[in-house]
Each structure stands twice: as C-alpha cells, then as structure tokens.
Design a protein around this ligand. Structure first.
Ligand code: COA
Length: 695
C-alpha cells in the first residue's frame, strides 16, 4: 500500500504521507508524492503536504544511501512540487530535517506547528544537503542563517523559522486546520517557487566566520566546509548551476569514508540501545535514589531529574548533602540562564529532589544508584545497608568504572537486580552510559536500564563484567602504549599532538594531567602488578610521588600557570624522563607521528576484538558507540572497530604481528577473532557475537 494518500477538501488537495516511524523519504514516499501531484484534479487552487505520525519528514532515507538510486530522486520530487501549477503548503509538525526541510523549501509556503523544528543535520552524517537545501534556504532565509544551519546541523525553532522567513505562519493549536485554511486563502496566482527567487546577497564575513568556526570546532571534518562552499555558491550561481554544484559536492561527501563512518554510528547508536532476543517489558522506574553527593552523584541525580524521575540524594553528612544539593540546583539554574529551561520548569525539577542522611528513607525506591568511593569494601557496605531497607525487587546499580559487578551482586539477596551503570563525568553532560550486566542479571532489569538510559537521553551500550568494562579496558591498552613510547623517546607533546591530529580531542598526557595523575596511581596500587605493564607508568608514578599530580597541583606532564589550563613544556619533566629512561637502560629513538598513532590504535583495536570475542561486547558497533561517545574518538572515523575495517583487517593484523615481533607478544598477541575475520573478509564493526541471549 502506498504511504501517500490524498483527499480533496473544496478546491484544496490534501496530500498525507504515513510512513512510520519517522516519515523518512524512502522511494515509495517520493514516488507517491510525484504521483499525487500528477493525479491532482485539474481545477484545484492549492495543495497541502502533511505527514501523519510523530513528525514531518525526518530526511532522506539513510538506509538507502550507498545503494543504487531509484527514481524519482528527492530532487525530482521537489522539482515536481515546484513545477506543480498550484501552490503547495507544507504543514510541518515534529521535525523537518535534511530532505524534510528541502521538500518543505520546494513547497511554496510553510505553516509550522509552534513546537516544530527545522534543520539541515546532514553534516552530522558527514554529508551536505543534496536536494537543493544549500541553494533554496539562502534564497529564503539569507546567507548567514543558511551557512549556520548547513554547516552546524542544529535545527532551529518555529519562532526562529518564522522570523527568518522559512515559515510563513505558526499554528498555535490545530496544524492541519491552520494549514488547510492557509491553503484555502491562496490561489494559483500565489505560486512562488523558491528556486525562482533571486540569489541571496553575498555575505563574505559570515562565510569567513563559519569557515573559521568549522576549522576550529569541527576539526578534521570535511562536510562542514563543503556545506559552506555550497551555500556560498548560491550567491553567484543561477539555480540550475547552483543545484549542479551542490550535487557535485554532495556526491564527493557521499563517497567519502567520513560519511560512511558517521552513518555507521547513526545506526550503531540506535542498535546499541536494543537488546538481542525477544522484547522484555521494562519495569516502571519513577522513584530513584543516589548514594553519594560528590561529582558523580550530582551528575547522575541531575540526569535522573531531567528524565522526570524523583530523586533522593543520600550522603553521610548534612554538609556534604547541602553542597551536592547546591550543585544540582546550579546545573538547572544555568539552564534557565541560558534560556533552555523556564523558571517554572526549574522549580518543578528541583521539587522532585530530596536529600537525606538516612538509608531508611530510601525504602520506596524503584532504583538506587550508588556513586560512592571506588573501593569494593565500601561498595559492599553500601549494598548491605541498601538490601536491608529497599524492596526485594528494587534495582540496585553501582556506578563503578572498574570493580567486579558480579562480586558486588553475589552478596546481595536477589542478585538478578544488580547491575553496573557506568556514567562518564560530568554525568549530566556526557552521553555515554555503559550498562554492565553481571552473570545473574535478569532480562527485565537489563531492559529497564536500557529504557532508563533512553529517558536520560544517553547513548547506552551493554558491557559484560571485566576489569574496566569495554571502554576503560581498551583505554588501558592505549595508555600503556603511549607510556611505553614516552620511555622509548617520544615526548608527551609529540604523542599528544599526533593523537589530536588524528582527531582525538585531547592527547593522553594532557588528559592525564586534567583528570589527575594520582587517580591512575591509586588504581594501580590495587592491581596485581603482573596484570599490567608497570614500565609504561614509571614516569607517571614518579611524577605523582613528586606531588606533580596534574593541573590541580600546577604540574604533571606539563606545567600550568595559575588559573590557566594551557599545558606548558617543563624542564623538570625532562629531568624525570632522563632519569627513568637511564634507569631502564633505554636507548632513545625518534618517532614519527604515524607510528605513534598506529601503535595506540592497533592496541585499541586488538583489545576491542578480544572484548568482542569474549562476548563482553555483543556487537563490534557497540564498541564504536562507547568510544565515540565516552572517549572522544572522532565520529568521522566511526570508532575503533570501524576504523580497523577502513584500514583493512589484513593490514591491522600485519601491524599487530610486527609489533609482537618487535616488542614481544606479552601485549601483542593478536585476537583470534581478528585473525578469523581477516581470513573470512568480514567486518569487525559489523560483527555480532552469538552470546547475546540472556539466561
Ligand atoms: N532514514 C532512515 N531511518 C531513519 C531516519 C532516516 N532519515 N531517521 C530515523 N530513522 C530510523 C532510526 O534508525 C530508528 O530506527 P529503529 O527504530 O529501527 O532503530 C527509527 O527511525 C526511529 O528513530 P530514532 O532516532 O530512534 O527516533 P527519535 O524519535 O529519537 O528521533 C529523529 C527522530 C527524526 C529526530 C531522528 O531519528 C533523527 O535525527 N534522524 C535523522 C535525521 C537526519 O539526519 N536527516 C537527514 C538525513 S540526510
């Protein structure tokens, strides 16, 4: 059945598209629109184009990208709208994104629901608009706004759309009725195709501004600059040549790995939130408690409050609680200051927050998340106290970064309700949530955690239990190689720069200084010394013992001026490096940047493949989701597993084997999965283990 239906209301033809879930502009939709226009009764005065369901068109159908195109193309559908002998009114609710906005711009008028938004998010997929968005939008809204929307990808509100001429009217209540009334007020003489409008005025300063912005804030990404080039061309080229130029730039982006990588992440992020196997009904989690009002507890509480839950915050002292409460209040008040939240909204949120020092107050909790000191004995105590007061089915979560969730669950009655919820700091901002499933977790509890993640607008990925789970276990291998290269002769500056040039937001040594070198130091004290490469951290340890703990003490791998976070080179570090290298009898050598990147990346990839082979991660794509959202892995490289596929698993394997031959195989034993996939020609990022089903 066609997703497109029509109804004649007086002299207005209403064309309705119903293509769940989000009205993507798939082939059947495009064909249906063209057909509806062709079959329109000869005597109509105008038409309305509207969508059923939760949103107007959410864009081109991303799943059709990379496949042979099927006519009519989106551009052809838009051409049909522009060439129709009657004006067409787009009735926009939800979101008009990408191709959705392009189709709306192909219409003669746009009426928007007051809550609707319009945008060109193609750059977030490594693309630029390919069906006229970069040519028609500036003709309506001017160069400056078009440059911003096409290069930044952020949607704008209906109010802003009205202001800038994108929308012609806002419907305060019934959009369908408003759009129909609007269409009835138009006649064939009101036809005014966007493409026929004059060129926008050139705005050189806006072009320079967004180019500079893209170079700095979207470092390494090609799409934003291409989007700017395309919009800039709209000022000088006629519409036909402008559309042709846009098409060329679009096709260049479409065939580039950056877009494949970002499209991979788009689907990977939606997949990671889904559990394999039959759907399990989640629990209703409305009353939450958070134990510990430190930085993590505060961020977790704020996330839960934003998701609409009520939160009890527990700490040992009134003073600690007060400080935590104040910090949560500041988070929401900042949202008010920035116009993201109303005063009333802020009061409603804070009205759902209570503070207590008594475990007995948590008795009615549906879920408790502890965020106390990272020490297994302290965690055991907290869980023992909790088990005494909460209901026997309340979900109990630990926000640990490393500890054994199974060991924690073991001591609790009904261990199937215990899990790890590994938030990343600051927890109310960072999007990643690692959901750690213990051996005994029930499918219901896991499904409930995934749903909670979605409510908190996190990107959730499931990890099995191992030291550091998916993310930190891989990170330790990356950090190990960075530390070893430091001993072998590379400077922190060179290593950091090589990795930031690769696209990481920060190098490992700058990152260590920021997080505090003492944290890793304390963690290593608790580890079996045989379980990690001690040499890789000799310099780190020496620095901590000299009270150089990073930014907070004014020095670590770098030196910092008071109140300034710029890492400066430091002679003391040179002395420490010289001393440690000579104690280790290391003869220094030169590194080139590509060796630094390769070594760190190969270590990440190999460990990721082992994690997948062990069933700790269920999908290669889940690992990519973890790295892109929790560790700043450049989205345009798709995550470590996708990156491995782009360089080729044969090449990856050869690199790992070469490192094993050179540095020994203690840390460089190639993953068996990697060997198997390299042989079979399969992709690491598409690999899914068979061990997804829960017992
Ligand atoms: N093409 C194909 N599938 C799409 C799609 C598109 N443009 N937009 C969303 N979908 C799919 C998602 O993959 C998901 O599928 P699943 O249920 O099988 O996982 C489903 O539609 C729902 O999307 P989801 O993102 O989970 O819903 P949401 O309500 O949270 O968000 C949108 C809706 C439209 C805001 C969001 O999906 C989105 O941003 N889509 C992409 C928009 C875009 O970039 N368009 C330009 C394309 S060039």
């Amino acid at each position: 059945m066609s997703p497109v239906s029509t109804q004649l209301t007086g002299a207005v033809l209403v064309i309705t598209i119903d293509h769940p879930p989000v009205n993507a502009l798939s082939h059947a939709v495009r064909a249906g629109i063209v057909q509806a226009l062709e079959a329109a009764p000869a005597n109509i005065s105008a038409a309305v184009l509207q969508c059923a369901g939760r949103t107007f068109f959410s864009g081109a159908d991303i799943s059709e990208f990379g496949k042979p195109p099927q006519a009519p193309s989106l551009s052809e559908a838009i051409e049909a709208l522009e060439n129709a002998p009657f004006p067409v009114v787009a009735a926009i609710h939800g979101q008009a994104l990408g191709g959705g906005l392009e189709i709306a711009l192909g219409c003669d008028f746009r009426v928007m629901d007051a809550k609707a938004r319009v945008g060109l998010p193609e750059v977030t997929l490594g693309l630029i608009p390919g069906a006229g968005g970069t040519q028609r939008l500036p003709r309506i809204a001017g160069m400056a706004l078009a440059l911003e929307m096409a290069s930044q990808g952020k949607p704008i509100s209906a109010a802003k759309a009205l202001d800038s001429g994108i929308a012609d009217a806002i419907a305060e209540s019934d959009l369908a009725a408003s759009a129909l009334a609007f269409a009835k007020s138009k006649s064939r003489d009101d036809k005014r195709s966007t493409g026929a409008r004059p060129n926008p005025e050139t705005d050189a300063s806006a072009v320079d501004h967004w180019r500079a912005h893209a170079a700095k804030r979207q470092r390494g990404q090609k799409a934003p600059l291409a989007a700017i080039d395309a919009v800039e061309a709209s000022a000088t080229l006629d519409i036909v040549s402008g559309l042709k130029r846009e098409r060329e730039l679009f096709l260049e982006r479409m065939s580039d790995t950056q877009s494949a990588a970002m499209r991979h992440l788009f689907f990977a992020e939606r997949k990671s939130a889904k559990l394999p196997g039959p759907r399990t009904e989640p629990l209703s989690l409305e009353r939450a408690a958070v134990i510990g009002s430190g930085t993590m507890g505060v961020g977790i509480a704020a996330s839960l409050l934003s998701a609409g839950l009520s939160v009890k915050l527990l700490d040992m002292s009134d003073q600690a609680l007060q400080a935590g409460y104040n910090r949560i209040k500041t988070i929401f008040q900042n949202d008010v200051t920035k116009g993201r939240l109303s005063e009333a909204g802020c009061s409603e949120i804070l009205g759902r927050l209570t503070a207590t020092t008594q475990y007995s107050d948590l008795s009615d909790s549906d879920i408790v998340i502890e965020a106390v000191f990272e020490d297994i004995e302290i965690k055991h105590k907290v869980f023992a106290q909790l088990a005494n007061v909460v209901g026997e089915h309340a979900v109990l979560a630990t926000n640990t970064s490393y500890l054994d969730v199974d060991a924690i669950a073991e001591r609790v009655a009904n261990p199937e309700r215990v899990l790890g919820l590994h938030f990343f700091s600051p927890a109310h901002i960072m999007r990643l949530l690692e959901v750690v499933r213990g051996k005994k977790i029930s499918a219901t509890v896991l499904a409930s955690a995934m749903q909670l993640g979605k409510r908190m607008r996190k990107v959730a990925a499931v990890s099995g239990v191992c030291h550091g789970f998916i993310g930190n276990r891989m990170l330790s291998c990356y950090g190990r190689e960075a530390g070893l290269m430091l001993l072998e002769g590379a400077s922190p500056r060179q290593i950091d720069k090589a990795l930031t040039d690769f696209g990481m937001p920060m190098g490992p040594f700058t990152m260590g200084d920021m997080a505090g070198l003492d944290i890793g130091y304390m963690n290593r004290q608790k580890l079996d010394p045989e379980s990690f490469e001690q040499r890789a951290f000799l310099v780190h340890d020496r620095l901590v013992e000299m009270d150089r703990k990073g930014q907070k003490t004014g020095a670590g791998f770098y030196r910092y001026e008071k109140g300034d976070r710029t890492p400066l080179d430091d002679e003391t570090l040179e002395d420490v490096l010289r001393a440690v290298r000579s104690e280790q009898g290391i003869s220094l050598r030169e590194f080139d940047d590509s060796e630094i990147v390769d070594r760190c990346m190969l270590a990440l990839i190999n460990e990721g493949a082992k994690i997948l082979d062990e069933g700790i991660a269920w999908r290669g794509s889940d690992i990519d989701v973890v790295y892109a959202n929790g560790y700043g892995f450049p989205r345009y490289r798709g995550g470590p597993m996708f990156y491995a596929d782009t360089i080729g698993l044969d090449t990856v394997l050869a690199g790992i084997r070469a490192n094993a031959a050179r540095f020994g195989d203690r840390w460089w034993t190639a993953s068996n999965l990697l060997i198997r996939l390299a042989e079979s020609g399969e992709r690491l990022s598409a690999y899914e283990t068979q061990s997804g089903a829960l017992s």
